[in-house]
Structures are given as C-alpha cells and as structure tokens.
Write a protein that binds this ligand. Structure first.
Ligand SMILES: C[S@@+](CC[C@H](N)C(=O)[O-])C[C@H]1O[C@@H](n2cnc3c(N)ncnc32)[C@H](O)[C@@H]1O
Length: 247
C-alpha cells in the first residue's frame, strides 16, 4: 500500500488521536523505554516520524528513520525542521536497505505487515539482521493473528473492522478499517502467524522471542475513550514483538 500525501496526513493524525493506536504506541513505549537511553536506534518504516521522534525524546543517543514513502518522509522532515531533534531520515525500502550501520536497538512500527508475501518477509528480516550486532534488540508492533478466532463484534468495540481476503497456514491477507471521528482509514495488512514469524526471525539469527500484549495505561479514562476495553490484553489483535539478535 502506497502512502500518497493525503493518506500520509490522515495517518499522521490517526496516530495521535485514534484510541487503539494510542494503546499500540503505549505498549511499544513500555517495552522500549527502559532500554533506549543513550543507545543508537534504527526506526524502520518510520513514516512521518511519530515513533522516531518519541525514541529520541525517550533518551536515545542517535536515531535514524528509514521509509519507502516520500510523502511520509516529507512530513517527518517538516516536523524535524519545526522542532529539531537531530534525527536522520533515509528513503529506502527495507528489503533493499543493506547495511547502513550497526545499531543497539531496531524498531518497526507496524512494518512487517507490509511484506507482500513470505519471501518478502524473509528479505525484510534479513535486512534488519544486517544492521544488528550481537545483543541488538528488535521491537515491532505486530498483528498477532489472534483474530482468526474473533467475532467481528469484539473488534467493533475498538472501532476496527477486519475482512479476511485470503487465509493460509503462514498468514492472513486482510483488509483493516479503523472508524473514527476523523473519517475512516483503511489498510491492507499481511498478518503472519506468530510461530511462522518466529521461525523466520530465528532463521536470520534472532532469539529470545517474546510477545507483549496491549494494556490499558494505569490512568486510563475508563468512562471515556477506553470504555468497555478492560479485556484488551486478551483480545487485542496487536502485540509487541521483542527479540534479540544473537547471530
Ligand atoms: C503503518 S505506517 C507506520 C509508520 C510509523 N512506524 C508509525 O508508527 O507512525 C507503515 C510505514 O511503513 C512504510 N513501509 C511500508 N512498506 C515498506 C517497505 N517495504 N520499506 C520501507 N518502508 C515501508 C510505509 O511507507 C509507512 O510509512
């Protein structure tokens, strides 16, 4: 899916305001924040720099963002020009990135879901590994595939609608629509099965693979935007992948 200027703008606003996306970012923050201080970070599929900028604010020493989309990177550079954090941005597909450095931490905010097929997924992960050293942590916001089991009604609670277009052992190909006051936003996502994704990560040298569920923040307003979301940890369709490159 290509992000033109209109979609890039809309996605950037959704990231800040759509409650479910806020929880995805909070989950990533919980995992990354305690290890990011003074580290070099590579943020893959950085989009308009939402997570990239947070990583710098959480104390990273240096942050580099990579994305394939020119409109997304223009927005990221605009934010950087307005409020300089010293982030470097690079336009490239992850599959063709090659080795641009050796980073302590690599992140992918909803990235692997953009792999077109299993070979493409392997190529993405191979390129992630090329930029790692022993001990590099990779954190990704992933689709868990859990919604194979879920009724549409459960997801409606989060204002998300999913249509499964194709389903096989390794993945689901699905259309994902988020409904919000800003209007709808639709994505086409590949949802790789957890065990399959883990096996590809292992093939490229990653281990200690963990999955962290989404959680409500302690101070969540349960009568407002998160009303009725108490079970998010059990029925969310996303989770945080956390693994280590061991070579
Ligand atoms: C859902 S957006 C997430 C953006 C950002 N990580 C965030 O959290 O705000 C996914 C981003 O991945 C980028 N992307 C998708 N496929 C890519 C690829 N093969 N190589 C590099 N970037 C890619 C898209 O252009 C888009 O900016």
């Amino acid at each position: 899916m290509e992000y033109d200027k209109k979609l890039a703008d809309r996605f950037t606003r959704f990231k800040l305001e759509f409650p479910y996306f806020k929880l995805m970012d909070a989950a990533l923050e919980r995992a990354v924040r305690e290890v990011v201080a003074n580290r070099t970070v590579l943020d893959l599929g950085c989009g308009s720099g939402h997570l990239t900028r947070m990583l710098k604010r959480w104390g990273a020493a240096e942050v580099t963002g990579v994305d394939i989309s020119e409109p997304m990177l223009e927005l990221a550079e605009c934010r950087e020009a307005e409020d300089r954090l010293g982030i470097k941005y690079l336009q490239s597909s992850i599959q063709e990135l090659g080795r641009i450095g050796e980073f302590d931490i690599i992140t992918g905010g909803c990235l692997l879901t953009y792999a077109a097929n299993t070979a493409d997924l392997s190529e993405m992960i191979r390129n992630i590994a090329l930029n790692a050293k022993k001990g590099t942590r990779y954190f990704g916001q992933e689709h868990s595939g859990i919604y194979r089991r879920y009724e549409k009604a459960v997801l409606r609670k989060y204002n998300i609608e999913i249509e499964i277009l194709q389903c096989c052992k390794e993945y689901l190909d699905a259309s994902f629509t988020a409904h919000f006051s800003l209007g709808d936003i639709q994505f086409r996502n590949m949802v790789f099965e957890r065990n399959y994704l883990s096996s590809v990560l292992e093939k490229h040298g990653f281990s200690n693979i963990k999955w962290h569920p989404l959680q409500l923040p302690e101070n969540a307003d349960m009568s407002g935007e998160f009303r009725g979301w108490e079970d998010i940890g059990n029925d969310s369709i996303n989770e945080i992948l956390d693994c280590v490159y061991t070579g």
